[in-house]
Design a binder for this molecule. Structure first.
Ligand SMILES: [Zn+2]
Length: 214
């Protein structure tokens, strides 16, 4: 019995979703170190709204997002949210009045995947920063995958894709939008339309990864 117990523990330990080493935590220490090393030293673009990006969409970070979304590892989303929360606390002026809204998936898509990665990132982020989570933004139009489309078609594809829930109580509030990847900004732009229409103040965007198109 005494021999089998450790052996059993070894086999029951979940493996690191990025390298398959057994680990008691979400990621093994090697992949964790790698992801931390890939975080941008200067993650804040002071545009209006500002953009806070954890890292570039490449390397281990890109693999972590893909493993989360396409290989059913929702725990990675939460982990990436905590990393983003660390960047927030270090690089942005803290504002406890701000609320964080994840970019929603269409319900059909969410049912298919089982979770919304942006929501998990937002939950990890809010847990780490103490910022309030708000899920009043809804995706009401099922859209084609954006990566297959050129910039004009991306905007057309997302036209009227988002709405605010009835009775949302966000009027006059300051919010940030949270997503996994920022590419052309087409999704953020479409999501900001119902916010503007309801006089919600979009102050920033926080994403785990930014894809550079050049
Ligand atoms: Zn690993």
């Amino acid at each position: 019995m005494t021999i089998w117990k450790p052996l059993l523990d070894f086999f029951l330990k979940p493996n690191c979703p990025l390298c398959d080493r057994p680990t008691p935590t979400t990621l093994c220490i090697y992949c964790d170190r790698q992801l931390q090393a890939e975080q941008l030293s200067d993650p804040l673009q002071k545009t209006a709204p500002f953009i806070l990006a954890g890292g570039n969409y490449s390397g281990t970070l890109k693999r972590a997002i893909a493993q989360c979304k396409y290989h059913n590892h929702p725990q990675l989303g939460y982990y990436l949210g905590e990393l983003l929360g660390k960047a927030w606390l270090t690089h942005t002026p803290h504002n406890s009045q701000i609320m964080a809204i994840p970019i929603p998936l269409h319900p059909d898509k969410q049912h298919q995947r089982g979770f919304n990665q942006a929501e998990l990132i937002a939950k990890g982020f809010c847990h780490h920063t103490g910022i309030k989570l708000n899920q009043s933004l809804l995706r009401v139009k099922s859209t084609e995958a954006q990566f297959q489309l050129n910039p004009t078609d991306r905007h057309q594809n997302l036209h009227n894709a988002f709405e605010l829930q009835a009775g949302h109580k966000l009027q006059g509030r300051s919010i940030i939008l949270i997503d996994d990847i920022y590419t052309t900004g087409a999704t953020i732009s479409a999501a900001s339309t119902p916010l503007q229409n309801a006089s919600v103040n979009l102050v920033g965007i926080a994403v785990s990864a930014i894809a550079r198109l050049n």
